[in-house]
Design a binder for this molecule. Structure first.
Ligand code: FES
Length: 110
């Protein structure tokens, strides 16, 4: 069962940037768009596992730094001709504070 777990402040993430949160199951990339939307997806490209947190954010999508697949931050799906998807994590904001729907066990920011 998931809980809303505080994972930091929107001010910790540069616009069009990301930071990572490690959970027992995976590493999650938390993105901030130019419009101050926050999205969280697995930091693991569906192509060959590239670190999406190091990709370039444009609109509500990120381009993987390895082979340029474009992944929707809203759906986790690859856009264009590529097929695949990553897990998305629900996010809610309370002022500047970011909460993610995660299992409440040992969440550690990196
Ligand atoms: S690993 Fe992301 S595009 Fe290849």
């Amino acid at each position: 069962m998931n809980d809303w777990v505080e994972i930091g402040s929107i001010n910790d993430i540069p616009r069009r940037g990301a930071r990572c949160v490690r959970t027992p199951q995976s590493k999650i990339a938390v993105f901030r768009t130019m419009e101050d939307q926050i999205f969280a997806i697995d930091d693991h490209c569906p192509h060959k596992g590239g670190p999406l947190s190091q990709g370039i954010v444009h609109g509500a999508a990120v381009t993987c730094p390895l082979h340029n697949w474009v992944i929707s931050l809203e759906t986790g799906k690859a856009l264009g001709a590529d097929e695949g998807s990553v897990k998305t994590v629900a996010i809610k904001l309370d002022g500047d504070r970011i909460f993610a729907s995660l299992e409440r066990v040992a969440v550690a920011a990196e």
